[in-house]
Design a protein around this ligand. Structure first.
Ligand SMILES: C[S@@+](CC[C@H](N)C(=O)[O-])C[C@H]1O[C@@H](n2cnc3c(N)ncnc32)[C@H](O)[C@@H]1O
Length: 254
């Protein structure tokens, strides 16, 4: 990877304390949930996009699956590799940008959890092209009929948090559903400019369709509180459960 991505900068600094976040504390139950939804063959292959510190990837590998964990942040991957070593789990780690990475027809399933890449925009990223490129690359990497579970930010909650003053100041764009702000200094580092976008259900269905994925369910999927339940307006994340039903339609790779 050449130029440094703002989210890489953010997560490199955040990596040592990422797992102190309360939303990371439900990993075992989340992996149970994923396995129920993904119908994987024994020992099947799973791509974890934006795997972070590898909490799902390592647990899936521990349960006998062949896992690839992909992430933009070298420091998140370092933590992940350490966790795999302590768990005695074998995971293939890939340091790459999910908008530019695919391994065609290789995986029985993919996960992209807790905004693992999808909607975490680089400063120059187009708000439609970025998720479309990621979904296209996920789809390309999957075998036919393979399952996908992803969680992304819920636009309803984001819209309800902001005011017209936030729109006027450029903090929130209601047309692209992108919020932009300087993440306050921490871990001794300067502030990091970040842009992240939220999604509505109909757009997720359409983006998935362009990527060759058919959406089976849209549920409330806030990290630490997954469930097969309707999305509440103020919950932070939407869960998408989908299946690969065709090849990506759009020329979407960045
Ligand atoms: C909030 S963390 C989620 C980590 C993990 N999936 C989890 O559930 O805890 C988001 C992760 O996505 C990674 N990420 C952000 N943009 C990415 C991109 N374009 N390609 C690959 N990884 C990306 C970040 O480095 C970070 O590790």
């Amino acid at each position: 990877m050449t130029e440094r991505h703002n989210w890489q900068e953010f997560f490199d600094a955040h990596a040592p304390i990422y797992e102190e976040n309360v939303f990371t504390k439900n990993t075992l139950a989340e992996v149970d949930f994923l396995l129920e939804e993904l119908s994987l063959p024994t020992g099947g292959s799973v791509l974890d996009v934006g795997c972070g510190t590898g909490r799902h990837a390592v647990e899936l590998a521990r349960r006998g699956y062949a896992v690839t964990g992909l992430d933009l942040s070298a420091q998140m991957l370092c933590q992940a590799a350490r966790a795999a070593q302590s768990a005695g789990a074998r995971v293939e780690w890939v340091h790459a940008d999910a908008t530019r990475f695919s391994l065609p027809d290789r995986y029985d399933a993919a996960v992209c959890l807790c905004e693992g890449a999808c909607g975490l925009l680089g400063l120059a990223d187009d708000s439609l092209q970025q998720p479309l490129a990621i979904l296209g690359n996920i789809s390309r990497s999957l075998k036919p009929e393979a399952g996908v579970v992803m969680t992304v930010l819920n636009a309803a909650a984001m819209i309800r948090r902001y005011s017209d003053a936030d729109v006027a100041s450029g903090r929130f764009d209601p047309l692209t559903l992108v919020e932009s702000y300087d993440y306050p200094p921490r871990e001794g580092r300067p502030p990091v400019r970040v842009r992240e976008r939220a999604f509505v259900g109909t757009e997720l269905v359409l983006l998935c369709r362009l990527a060759g994925l058919t959406v089976l369910h849209l549920w409330g999927g806030t990290a630490g509180n997954w469930g097969r339940r309707p999305l509440a307006l103020d919950e932070m994340e939407i869960m998408v459960v989908a299946r690969k039903t065709s090849e990506p339609l759009a020329a979407d790779s960045a």
